[in-house]
Ligand binder design. Sequence first.
Ligand SMILES: *Cc1c(COP(=O)(O)O)cnc(C)c1O
Length: 456
Amino acid sequence: MRRRRRRTYPTLIRGLIQVSNFFTYRHGELFAEEVPVARVAAAVDTPFYLYSAAAFTAQYREFADAFLPEEPLICYAVKANSNLAVLRIFADLGAGADVVSEGELRRALAARVPPERIIFSGVGKTAAEIAAAVAAGIHQINVESIPELRRVSEVASAQGQVARIAIRVNPDVDAHTHAKISTGRKENKFGVEFGETVSAYNLASQLPGVEPIGLAVHIGSQVTDIEPYRRAFERLAELVRELRGLGFPVARMDLGGGIGVRYDAERPPEPLNYAKLVRDIFGPLGLALAFEPGRVLTAPAGLLVTKVVYVKEGSARRFVIVDAAMNDLIRPALYDAWHDIVPVRLPEKGAALAPADVVGPVCETGDTFAVDRQLPLFAEGDILAFADAGAYGAVMSTTYNSRLLVPEVLVSHEHFAVVRARPSYEALLSLDTIPEWLCQRSPDRSANPVRKRGAA
Ligand SMILES: *Cc1c(COP(=O)(O)O)cnc(C)c1O
């Protein structure tokens, strides 16, 4: 049975007064920093993502400040939001990048992330991708299997290089997150099994093209409970002691990302508590620490702004049909994710709220953003926004239903700039080609005869 989520009126009203420190209402109108969201909507047209530069900065600072004594390498997980402008903001703050493909590596380098601050993660790096990473001289490649270890050694040797690698360990802990974003159990495809780590490290120390420099772990995403981290980190600390006992120098520890954010009523770990946990477990080991936060740095910094196309009053439901769809923001369809829905203009004080389903136009029942949600009585043409859409939003967008990729806009103080433009329909269609042999064929309509009117 579907779990009904009820928000009391006071929390809903409170939610409407201030979405976050960077998205606020002034005289009933939603602002991103100093810019009215309605003004951006008029300039760019809906739907679009709207990011706050100050929010990215604040999220990064909060995370980095929690680890001031450790001076870790904070590699922003590019896959959460890979827009070059966003990467540049983090690069300017001193962040490195955690990349999972050659495309992300190229993005990080293009945004001027120094190569010595880039970590390459992922279970299926191809030889070409490994070659690109070795040629760029990145900080570290996190290796997730024995075959990959051999491949990295071959590729680096061919370039006359020795690649610094960390073994990503699968600690077999349950992160208590959505099944599709859990990565740290032995049933998940990620990492080298805990019991195989020592032999993998030993093999790495013998292969000519790699130098094992440490360990890495990443247990999943949207982790809201600190205990799975404790269990995983304790297991990793145990491995460090074992490896050092065997004579292997272990200098680095990459603790991954995964810290959750508050989309609804979650209580994710505070960075300071997370930092204390890390300090308690790894402090005595004198390791160079790295982190790969993605969502926590970006989710609260973005909105998806959309317009009501129609309101359909069904006998069982009130449907608010908006111009954004699952191809623009897939999290609700993919993970049953919750996003707060906020109006760009507040309703009059005391105005009624009523339950509605908020849906997109795509031909899939899964194209549903909210079910039976208490909302203001939106009407055709009203603009509203999905909150906390700065992570795993635009990066997961597609052109399904031949809809154009949704644009991205960045606000800073009183400025805004389109940082990814909406492509044209010509650009979309130009990706396809009709092969020559289909072009040359003379029209043959015999399979589907259309009788001319009056023909015998
Ligand atoms: C996805 C991913 C991250 C970032 O996860 P978040 O939940 O966004 O913090 C970090 N490291 C690795 C290896 C990942 O795959």
